[in-house]
Design a protein. Structure first.
Length: 151
């Protein structure tokens, strides 16, 4: 026996509407979260980061493309840069390219890794560990996460 054609089509369409609306809601939540993060006072424009680094906006953009800086793109045009990725001398943390290598090409993944608390770092964020000069430890945690070992 085969189900009536109309019933099968109606069921499929209902499932697609339900899945689509859930996906749309999830996308909207993601965009709202990204906009909220990008609106933080520690997120600066390329021009502002260039000023803090003593360089130009063109150099900042080139370093973003080379995965030497974290530049986050949101739902609107342009990038924002976490100001905390610079050390006291205005230089980006040297570990940033290694984090892209370990964790992948998504700047949002690197941002999340750096801002999350990690048990392997005594519950501190990776940023806090980097500020203490613990680059090797931070990279070890990133590699563990990428490999799925988590310890």
């Amino acid at each position: 026996m085969h189900p009536p054609e109309n019933q099968d089509i109606a069921g499929t369409q209902a499932a697609e509407r339900t899945a689509g609306s859930g996906l749309a809601r999830a996308k909207a939540r993601g965009e709202a979260l990204a906009a909220s993060i990008l609106a933080h006072e520690d997120m600066v424009t390329a021009e502002e980061l260039a000023r803090r680094m003593g360089t130009t906006r063109v150099t900042v953009n080139a370093r973003r493309h080379a995965r030497q800086l974290i530049g986050l793109e949101g739902p609107t045009r342009g990038y924002r840069y976490p100001a905390w990725q610079l050390d006291r001398d205005g230089r980006p943390f040297a570990i940033i390219p290694n984090l892209f290598t370990a964790l992948g090409d998504s700047p949002w993944t690197i941002y999340r890794f750096l801002t999350q608390r990690h048990p392997e770092l005594e519950g501190r964020t990776a940023i806090a560990a980097l500020e203490k000069g613990e680059d090797k430890r931070v990279l070890s945690v990133a590699a563990s996460i990428a490999e799925g070992t988590f310890a």
